[in-house]
Design a protein around this ligand. Structure first.
Ligand SMILES: Nc1nc(=O)c2c([nH]1)NC[C@@H]1CN(c3ccc(C(=O)N[C@@H](CCC(=O)O)C(=O)O)cc3)C=[N+]21
Length: 296
């Protein structure tokens, strides 16, 4: 068996084409969605990610509001910039690019973001509402990577109903949030959340119909610990220096030999990453649509 590919690039393009039409409709109502980004310092990786998000915005017609700030900015000055975007009507969603410098209280900054403008979908209020919302329609921003994982699976015609999903990694952006989405009544999957404290990880993985690996450990998932026919998603964001090119590249959690036993596999890069970026745009568009619904 050679696994079929969960093509994140093509699926993200589909989503961006849909969003372009939704942005056009918003513009017809005089509303231009705007993504704000707050970038502190000059880390090249963060600059690259933020530039990519603004390229994505231009592709679908979302306006860009950039706040590139010095690494020496004080807590109070940064809080003032967050409040400025909270109050800026041209900004319908924004992110504070992580990580922030060590002298900044990150939690305090993230909690200051208006939950209605939380384009990451990771604000405590929005995560709390997600935990409490088992089956009602969702009216709050959703965490981009967990939603991207589910959209990628669904748009390839795979049904998650009753499937056993084993998640590796308990980080906020994926592991701690994805179970709340997968166990909603309209998804109805069963979830096991594994992590560095899990005893005999392989025994859990071998039971999985679907594996979502967000551990950041290169080649953690191999053909030996995957049930034949499983669906495997690689969300690992580790990077290594490629010995041949000397350049930094993604080193995914999933080893190449898994393609021989899995039924579907998401490549990395080219799988969940582009989906994360597309769902960020979707949060911005949905926030603008919700604001319009309540607008007089
Ligand atoms: N407030 C905040 N929100 C974020 O969403 C956020 C953040 N801070 N800080 C940094 C991480 C990183 N992140 C990625 C998104 C897409 C790709 C992505 O599209 N990667 C490409 C590969 C890119 C490459 O080749 O290096 C892919 O997977 O195909 C990667 C990483 C979002 N982040």
């Amino acid at each position: 068996m050679t696994a079929q590919i969960l093509d994140g690039k093509a699926t993200a393009s589909e989503i961006k084409a849909e969003l372009t039409l939704r942005v056009d409709r918003l513009r017809e109502h005089g509303v231009v969605p705007g993504l704000g980004t707050i970038l502190v310092g000059d880390d090249p990786g963060s600059q690259w990610y933020v530039a990519g998000k603004h390229r994505d915005c231009a592709e679908v017609g979302i306006a860009s509001i950039r706040r590139d700030l010095p690494a020496t900015i004080s807590q109070a000055e940064l809080e003032a910039v967050v409040e400025e975007l909270n109050d800026d009507p041209s900004c319908t969603g924004f992110i504070v690019q992580l990580p922030l410098p060590p002298h900044i209280d990150t939690d305090a900054i993230l909690e200051l973001v208006d939950p209605a403008k939380d384009a990451d979908g990771l604000h405590p209020t929005n995560l709390g509402r997600l935990v409490l919302n088992l089956s009602r329609p969702i009216t709050t921003p959703l965490p981009c990577t967990p939603r991207g994982v589910i959209e990628l699976i669904r748009r390839h015609g795979i049904d998650l109903e009753g499937k056993h999903v084993v998640v590796i990694g308990r980080g906020v952006t994926v592991g701690r949030a994805i179970g709340s989405l997968l166990t909603r009544r309209d998804v109805n999957a069963t979830v096991t959340l594994t992590h560095t404290g899990t005893v005999d990880l392989d025994a859990h993985l071998r039971l999985a119909d679907v594996i979502v690996s967000a551990a950041g450990v290169p080649d953690l998932v191999t053909a030996d610990n995957v049930k034949p026919g499983a669906v495997v998603l690689d969300v690992g964001v580790s990077r290594v220096i490629d010995p041949d090119t000397g350049k930094s590249r993604v080193a995914g959690d999933v080893a190449a030999d898994v393609a021989e036993v899995a039924s579907w596999i998401s490549p990395n890069p080219g799988g969940v990453g582009p989906m994360t970026r597309a769902l960020l745009l979707q949060n911005v568009v949905e926030s603008a649509e919700r604001a319009l619904e309540v607008a007089p």
